[in-house]
Design a protein around this ligand. Structure first.
Ligand SMILES: NC(=O)c1ccc[n+]([C@@H]2O[C@H](COP(=O)([O-])OP(=O)(O)OC[C@H]3O[C@@H](n4cnc5c(N)ncnc54)[C@H](OP(=O)(O)O)[C@@H]3O)[C@@H](O)[C@H]2O)c1
Length: 286
């Protein structure tokens, strides 16, 4: 698919940046919504237009979808500390985009949730994300719901632990995942842009246990293999304490991470970027 008018929200983020490059490489005409132009680096003037707007403020998005065929949103709270909740951003801000998309007759909306979001609706992050998914599905627009496994960017936590000489894991460490690189995920999303009403549950090419991931991180830093297994009850206790004593923006990401890491989360395998290579590259900068 080429030269379609695509509105991309989230281009300053990890996945959004890979998506932008993939769209531009495929000669799509892209409008990227950015709230902070200082974070902006891409200067492809032939196919890219930057619009400054706040997705959480509907009035700044007025008519932003005029002439747009496809909206892609990766907007969501990961590490942002804006004092906003998942409902404000993952749900409401995406609803603002959806309302503009409907008003302007946009054909398709691509939204990024996460693996097993539909299974863990009781988690704060998924309460908001899945509420948006439901609204999108009943909007009448063609939709793609992307449910990716953990991104390589988030697998950096293991490398940070490895730097101090040991990796802590809850439980046996046999739980399996296939994390995915942003570049692979962006390729998969852009490759399926022509599809209608699709749910894409997707992960990277390697299915690995947490023990294997911990070993990769320690090996990348030339550390001896030292993995400390904490009892699973301490994981549950940590989630309960975080819920009781911290705000949702603090406990939300931890609740998400600690809940999903307790069991296998395996998605369809895709791509050719390997976590081992990512760790070796990242380790050079640690
Ligand atoms: N990271 C993972 O392992 C993972 C796994 C599965 C699914 N996901 C989902 O995939 C999506 C993209 O993740 P990512 O890792 O690429 O996240 P990211 O790097 O944090 O990017 C998120 C994007 O959302 C924007 N955003 C967040 N809060 C905002 C606010 N209050 N107002 C305006 N814009 C806001 C960010 O803008 P700024 O740059 O201006 O902050 C950024 O462009 C998220 O919805 C995430 O939940 C992530």
């Amino acid at each position: 698919m080429k030269h379609t008018n695509i509105l991309l929200a989230g281009a300053t983020g990890y996945l959004g940046n890979y998506l932008l490059n993939e769209l531009l490489d495929n000669k799509n005409q892209v409008i990227a919504i950015v709230r902070n132009p200082d974070k902006w680096q891409n200067s492809n003037e032939d196919y890219l237009e930057i619009k400054q707007a706040e997705v959480t403020k509907a009035e700044t998005l007025r008519d932003i979808c005029k002439g747009i065929n496809t909206v892609i949103s990766t907007v969501g709270i990961t590490k942002q500390k804006d004092g906003l909740t998942y409902m404000d951003v993952d749900y409401r801000a995406n609803m603002n985009l959806l309302e503009e998309a409907k008003k302007s007759g946009v054909a398709q909306f691509v939204y990024v949730s996460a693996i097993n979001g539909d299974k863990y609706r009781d988690l704060k992050i998924f309460e908001a994300k899945e509420k948006f998914v439901a609204a999108l599905k009943s909007s009448g627009l063609n939709y793609t719901i992307v449910r990716p496994n953990g991104f390589f960017s988030d697998m950096g936590h293991f490398l940070q632990m490895a730097k101090s000489g040991r990796v802590f894991l809850f439980g046996s460490g046999h739980q399996k995942f296939n994390p995915i690189h942003g570049a692979d995920l962006a390729r998969a999303i852009v490759a399926t842009l022509d599809d209608d009403n699709k749910e894409l549950t997707i992960g990277g090419p390697d299915v690995m246990s947490l023990n294997e991931i911990a070993k990769l991180a320690l090996t990348a830093l030339n550390k001896p293999i030292k993995i400390i297994h904490l009892p699973d009850w301490s994981r549950k206790l940590t989630i309960r304490c975080l819920r009781s004593f911290t705000s949702v923006t603090t406990y939300g990401p931890m609740e998400f991470f600690l809940t999903l890491m307790a069991e296998d989360n395996i998605a369809s395998t895709y791509g050719h970027e390997h976590l081992k290579d990512f760790y070796l590259e990242e380790a050079k900068n640690l």
